[in-house]
Ligand binder design. Sequence first.
Ligand code: PLP
Length: 502
Amino acid sequence: MMYNSTVDKHSSVSSAQAIAQGISKDGGLFVPQELPQYGEEVFEKLAAMNYKERAKKVFSDFLTDFSEEEIDECVSKAYTSAKFGSENPAPLVNVKLNNISMNILELWHGPTCAFKDMALQILPHLLTKSVAKTEKGRLAVILVATSGDTGKAALEGFKDVDGTKIIVFYPENGVSPMQKRQMNTQDGTNVNVCAIKGNFDDAQTGVKAIFTNSEIIDELDRNNMSFSSANSINWGRLLPQIVYYVSAYCDLINSGKIVYGDKINIVVPTGNFGNILAAYYAGLMGIKINKLICASNSNNVLTDFIQTGTYDKNRQFFATISPSMDILVSSNLERLLYHLSGCDDVRVKDWMTKLKTTGKYTVDSDVFDKIKTSFFSGYCDDNTTKKTIGDLFKSSGYLCDTHTAVAVDVYRQYINSTGDSETPAVLASTASPYKFSKSVLEAIADENISAENEFDMVQELNRISGVPIPESLAGLKNKTVRFTNVTEANDMPEYVLKVLGI
Ligand SMILES: *Cc1c(COP(=O)(O)O)cnc(C)c1O
């Protein structure tokens, strides 16, 4: 299978090239030229498989330039029960909020307690194999700018993976104490972490500037190294996410909640549009979807887009209690537009150019009609997010994090607006409640909270909820801080060269 660029469908690359490169040279994103089609017979087979086998099937249909052994090795290394707590890294849990039944797809059982592990545990293996196919013998240098979750998940995924080195930049005062500690105590011989004086945008701009700095690229080249990207525009991060939607559909069949061919709703708390796009792809491949329900926080640019057909990022930015969704430019939307427009690279390029120059574009009616057919959208502010965590905990004893709560509330809005509580719903749960202990604690505690630091809050949340604390978070308190570097954003290039020893 070959991959095209969203802004030039005449250029095509293999999957190894798409993954090694991350982004197309013309600035577009790589999209698969066609999608494998799974009918009833395939689903019968998939339903009888475990998660790893399902993953191998999906991977082998997309990564046609990988051998069966290579895919087997990647999947086996990534989804171990040592890393995900059980043989099934993405369990489906049935929960009732009063009379509303939901199937919560828990995607946070990995090493960093956020759903990004589902992709970042396997990406390093896919990437090193892709580099070996396209630029044999090179060291892949991964640069990451993070507002918290991605950095840690990428560090855990790449640590001690041969042929890679990873450097993570985060804003000195822009991540939670837990996230900072998660990164600063990171182990591994090929990892480096550095705070920058500035905000997330400064870190991201700095990383992008290094990626396109020809002097630095040449210097790496002379030393047999090249840059690669671990953020969600890389196809190697989207593909692993398709697997868990296919798997959830199989699990619903196995539990007798649906029979093959029944439609489901899928609710996704959305930021960069990667997770929900993976569900859309799973729909194109054969799982039957009634509506994709796109849930946003107060940064509701996608809610408006899906309701009006106009994307407009010129609006106030809110720092919310679901920070991983605080985003005004959802990069992966570009891929959806490519498919909905009938692979019209010219129109996609035009919209993306308008977005860059004016912050705004409006899609044509053919595309907007398709969006309305496939999607429902809604948003939820911080107060309602907390109230939802409390409602769910009171009605079922189930504790969810702030991002998942946004999805739960928007699902409630969907039912109120459409009356459809019959179609079985899968809700993507994207983080452990312990990753956002303060807000979750405030949502369920009746008394005033006496806990002073993040670790006391974790204990307090455990005492009130009885929900076990993930080991990786509990253990952080006693880990040694390894990284205390802080640099000016302007000095990031020198920092990178120093770490690489060139
Ligand atoms: C990254 C993230 C999201 C948003 O996912 P996208 O794929 O960017 O839409 C939601 N919740 C959590 C906890 C995240 O870390």
